[in-house]
Design a protein around this ligand. Sequence first.
Ligand SMILES: [Zn+2]
Length: 353
Amino acid sequence: MRKLCRARLSVGGYNALAPIEVQVYVNKGRNDTIMTRRVIDFHCDVLYKMLYEGKVNISQEDLMDVTIPRLRQGNVGIQVLALFLEPHLLTGPPRFSQVLRAIDLYREHIQSHEDVIDIRWQEDLVRWNEQPDKLGMILSLEGVDALEGDMVYLRTIYELGVRFLGLAWNNANWAVDGAQEPRKAGFTREGITLIQECDRLGITLDVSHLNEKAFWQLLELTDKPIIASHSNSAYIMPHVRNLTDEQIRAIIARDGRIGVTYVPYFVAEKGRVEIEDLVRHIDRICELGGRNHIMLGSDFDGIDKKIVGLEHAGMHGDLLSVLDKKYGAAFTDEIASGNAKRFLAAHLPRREQ
Ligand SMILES: [Zn+2]
């Protein structure tokens, strides 16, 4: 069985999944558009709401931006769930126990759902690929504050399924400074150890929220591909959370990925931000040679203000309709999931390792 999985994962001389056979969903009411693609969204904060606001009913339609019915409506095939711990608690930095609490909520209320496949290994991805009706979920950590500088905690979250690690949120932590920390320091000695341990384990590093100096330092410290799970182009919208052209080129050169994000503040500086404004960021990344490196990173449940027409996870299809008209179906498929899927197939660890 394992040999079969491996064979399926090496189509075309690299770790690509075999062409996906996709169940056809018909979304009536959307001009009878036939949705044939499963969306992969690389960032949302629904676990944050579950942890801090006590909203745990993932099946309730309008409780959160990301719910099971909304994921279905948006034809989401894989949702990456960020473990984001509030960095400004009166009691000091987040503790590791809060990470465990968030993972426990995931296991109790999401992973246990009959429609959900927990994806940790390449073998899980193959299983997901064979079951078009399932929702894949992958855990990521957003900001390492709660790891408390302890590599045992890092190895523990790896064992519990975390496969992506955002090195910082906007603040400074024990490893590195985030994008909005005025000091903008690079990696501490402990931060360098963290990078090495992530590389060894097979945890992909996420540079969204990292300050630019640390970004360039990171590229010296690892030769692995990196992702920016939810960041846009700073050329289009100058913001400290967005990526300069040079950063985008560097991610592309590593065959990393950039998840364009639906956060209005990172899209355009105006009151009413629309889907067309987000498309300009995709255009810019394409101009820099990133056609095969663009994916989606909504940040749903992490934002109060929304792009008009992209208010929750049920609405990814509205973005894809715009992309279909502009780029055609084949490239839109790549943005929706193809680019992200190739990355997962290449970089999720194998269970037998
Ligand atoms: Zn974020």
